[in-house]
Design a protein. Structure first.
Length: 214
């Protein structure tokens, strides 16, 4: 699902469908990683966003101040696997004229099996421009189960967590060194450990001579 700014006299509007119903049971938590993702980003409608989750009105409102194009991939909160994942990724061909420069990946790394993570990251590398920013969050509690969660941005410092299904078996915990390896060619620039048992990461797609900071 893609939103583009309309041209002409109503250029400030965004084309969109109405979002689906939201589970009323939610917990709102601090999200310093989201703040780091947007730190220094121009609020001029020039950026191209890819959100791997589903479309929501709060996300659309927040992104639209920064973006001229927004795509929601719909991979989360219940991602496809195997051939299903590959089909979704095939539906997002690279666009050299307008590559994405802002990626919001949520907890996709926790939701995929290890063999699928390189497939995802290879496609994200193809879809993005040098210097593109990526945000992701991973489980840091070591628990044996994982709750399927929809993340809803409330503002640049807070995210609502909405449980959308029963607990599922969790794979092994992704430790920081492994996250850095999996995210290549994006390099982690900021990392935050949250009290809720999660870690947020902001990473930047590297080009030769680029420094680690944003």
């Amino acid at each position: 699902m893609i939103w583009r700014r309309r041209r002409g006299p109503r250029s400030g509007e965004i084309e969109r469908d109405e979002p689906g119903a939201v589970d009323p049971e939610r917990v709102v938590r601090a999200a310093p990683g989201i703040g780091a993702l947007f730190d220094g980003v121009r609020e001029d409608g020039s950026h191209i966003f890819l959100d791997l989750g589903t479309a929501t009105e709060p996300h659309l409102r927040l992104y639209s101040g920064y973006a001229r194009q927004i795509r929601f991939a719909g991979l989360l909160p219940n991602p496809p696997h195997g051939e299903g994942l590959e089909r979704v990724l095939d539906d997002m061909p690279p666009n050299r004229e307008e590559p994405y420069d802002m990626i919001v990946a949520w907890d996709i790394l926790d939701r995929l099996i290890p063999e699928e993570r390189p497939i995802l990251m290879e496609r994200l590398a193809q879809l993005t421009s040098p210097g593109a920013r990526l945000y992701t969050v991973v489980r840091a509690s070591g628990k044996a189960t994982l709750l399927p969660t929809r993340f809803v941005l409330m503002d640049l410092e807070r995210v609502a967590h909405e449980v959308v299904g029963p607990p599922e078996p969790a794979g092994h915990e992704l430790l920081p060194a492994e996250v850095e390896r999996v995210l290549a060619p994006f390099r982690v620039s900021h990392a935050f450990t949250l009290r809720a048992g999660m870690r947020e990461y902001v990473a930047v797609k590297q080009v030769r001579g680029m420094s680690k900071g944003l």
